[in-house]
Design a binder for this molecule. Structure first.
Ligand code: GDP
Ligand code: MG
Length: 264
């Protein structure tokens, strides 16, 4: 098994009705890695998620904790609240990871190891790229719709990012990150894009990150796990949200007289 020594990383795991899908053994293995802790965010689940999380946390010798949101608030808010809590608790690096482990534990640890090796990097993004030798299994329809969306997101952000929507991302703690998480996201399904935009443009007067501080890493293993709650009409909503973000960023660029996408 992969073992890496990494700065204190807190992995936030948003959980909405995950009693069936969440694998306690794998999450306990993650929580027991050196320098890693896990923070589950129970997003107003109505199944047995809370009991399961309590059990996992009880067995983790304090390495896994959970916080509960009173109402179902959506992945964006669950992740935001978890990341803020992790920063407040003093984590040097915060991450988020889907409860269904579409991105496996060892891949998350590999990304965390890269964060340790590359101190100049502020953000590490897992990326679902089908390459020979990699086991990236996605349903064809979601793959192609996802590619259209990801290309549009890259153009809107002016950032050469391949996959904004992969549910595995790590961030070094900074004032810029704190400011970027300070207010709820406006979008429900594409908060990843919104978060990247806030980091790239700087929120609340904090310095912006530049593209050299982002590292995108093709995952060796990723799989679609059954039970996704994402529906086709959510994708339509995502497209209109992206158009809105694009307009906001254009406005911001013009106001600050920043270079456009082509110059970045
Ligand atoms: N869909 C959905 N997921 C949520 C919500 N709150 C937290 N999550 C978590 O977000 C992650 C991704 O969910 P999933 O349904 O697998 O989405 P997909 O893999 O992107 O299609 C999981 O860890 C969910 O438990 C919510 O309100 N809706
Ligand atoms: Mg999933």
């Amino acid at each position: 098994m992969l073992q890496v020594t990494i700065p204190q990383v807190t992995v936030v795991v948003p959980c909405y009705n995950e009693a069936e899908r969440l694998d306690p053994v794998e999450f306990l293995r993650l929580a027991r890695q050196d320098g890693v802790s896990v923070l589950f965010v129970n997003d107003g689940s109505r199944d047995g998620t809370e009991d399961l999380l309590r059990d996992v946390c009880d067995r983790s010798s304090g390495r896994a904790q959970w916080l509960s949101l009173e109402h179902n608030s959506g992945k964006a808010e669950a992740v935001r609240r978890g990341l803020l809590q992790a920063l407040q608790d003093g984590a040097a690096v915060v991450a988020y990871l889907d409860a269904d482990l579409s991105t496996p534990v060892d891949e998350l640890l590999r990304l965390a190891g890269l964060m340790r090796e590359r101190p100049e990097v502020q953000v590490v993004l897992g990326s679902r790229v089908r390459l020979l030798g990699n086991a990236v299994e996605r349903k064809a329809l979601r793959h192609y719709l996802g590619r259209v969306f990801a290309t549009a997101a890259s153009l809107a952000l002016g950032l050469a990012v391949y996959d904004t929507q992969c549910g595995a991302k790590l961030f070094r703690a900074s004032a810029t990150l704190r400011a970027a998480l300070d207010t709820p996201f406006e979008t429900r399904w594409i908060f990843d894009v919104e978060l990247l935009a806030r980091l790239l443009f700087g929120a609340q007067g904090q310095p912006a990150l530049n593209s050299a501080q982002f590292l995108e890493v093709p995952l060796r293993t990723w799989r679609d796990v059954a039970g996704s709650k994402l529906r086709l009409h959510h994708m339509a909503r995502a497209a209109s949200d992206l158009a809105r973000i694009h307009l906001q960023l254009r406005h911001q660029r013009a106001r600050r007289d920043l270079p456009g996408p082509a110059d970045r």
